[in-house]
Design a binder for this molecule. Structure first.
Ligand SMILES: Cc1cc2nc3c(=O)[nH]c(=O)nc-3n(C[C@H](O)[C@H](O)[C@H](O)COP(=O)(O)OP(=O)(O)OC[C@H]3O[C@@H](n4cnc5c(N)ncnc54)[C@H](O)[C@@H]3O)c2cc1C
Ligand code: FES
Length: 246
């Protein structure tokens, strides 16, 4: 179930040279699970831009986004008080399963944001949460302190070794995370694929594919799974490891 609404920008601040955090006030009752996304209408763009919900409460939604093109660049220029037209309650989101008593969360780049509210949800359910955050360089790292403040055991990996473990998230998992029983991941496709190949545990993965309508109407995001075709925007973005066809 999704809903269209107007949201007022409370804050819009840079976290790194290209990643911003925007906090919006408005109706959050349609957000049902961590890992769901919103779809944002922007002036001059026919297609809305999908961004994961990083965090939310009864009145506010926090989004963390990377400026990659005209739409996200437009967002970074918006000032508090301005209003944005959002669809909320989109996608299935992550589910908290019994198998995940000691879950490992794995985020790569802009795949990190949806794991924040997931971490809060898992911690509230009494789970012991570890997280591995992967970036290219130390300058790109964001949200490591926020995850530590929640109480997650937090490991950073950078491809050039300028912060944390040198290498990819799979290198950091091998070096620093010997004990987990389930994983949740969001990030670039090669990262998700490498994880599934190298990690024996079951898990859930969120796919940030290109989208058209964002709410299930156009079939533009359809992908093949072992259970037949699924729309990433509606039956995803979260798929389980065992249903994915690579
Ligand atoms: C379910 C979902 C959740 C997402 N969550 C986040 C998030 O939390 N934070 C965040 O920063 N981004 C997220 N994205 C990606 C985000 O939607 C795109 O970066 C954004 O739409 C680009 O818009 P633009 O107008 O700035 O760029 P465009 O001008 O449309 O494109 C510029 C560049 O961005 C690339 N791009 C466009 N769309 C995507 C996409 N869907 N995924 C990856 N690259 C893309 C293009 O290949 C191009 O190189 C998510 C995408 C999906 C589908
Ligand atoms: S984007 Fe239209 S069906 Fe998914």
């Amino acid at each position: 179930m999704y809903k269209k609404g107007l949201y007022k920008i409370l804050r819009n601040e840079p976290l790194t040279a290209s990643v911003w955090r925007m906090t919006l006030a408005g109706d959050t009752q349609w957000i049902a699970a961590p890992g769901q996304f919103v779809d944002i209408a922007l002036d001059g763009h026919y297609l809305r831009r999908p961004i994961s919900v990083c965090d939310y409460d009864g009145e506010t939604i926090t989004l963390v986004y990377k400026v990659v093109g005209e739409g996200t660049s437009q967002m970074s220029r918006m000032i508090p008080g301005a209003q944005l037209d959002l669809l909320t309650g989109l996608g299935n989101g992550f589910s908290v399963v019994d198998a995940a008593q000691r879950p490992l969360l794995v985020g790569g780049g802009v795949g990190v944001p949806p794991l924040y509210n997931l971490a809060k949800t898992l911690l509230a359910a009494g789970r012991r949460v570890q997280i591995v955050l992967g970036f290219n360089t130390a300058q790109e790292v964001f949200y490591a302190d926020e995850f530590r403040a929640l109480g997650c055991t937090t490991v950073v990996a950078t491809a050039d070794g300028s912060a944390g473990v040198r290498g990819f998230v799979t290198d950091a998992i091998a070096a620093e995370c010997p004990d987990f029983d389930y994983f949740y991941a969001c990030g670039p496709l090669p990262m998700l694929r490498a994880l599934c190949e190298r990690v024996a545990q079951d898990g859930q993965l969120s796919f940030e594919e290109r989208m058209g309508c964002g709410f299930g109407g156009c079939m533009g995001c359809s992908c093949q799974t072992k259970d037949g075709p699924k729309r990433i925007c509606r039956e995803g973005p979260v798929l389980t490891k065992d249903e994915i066809v690579w």
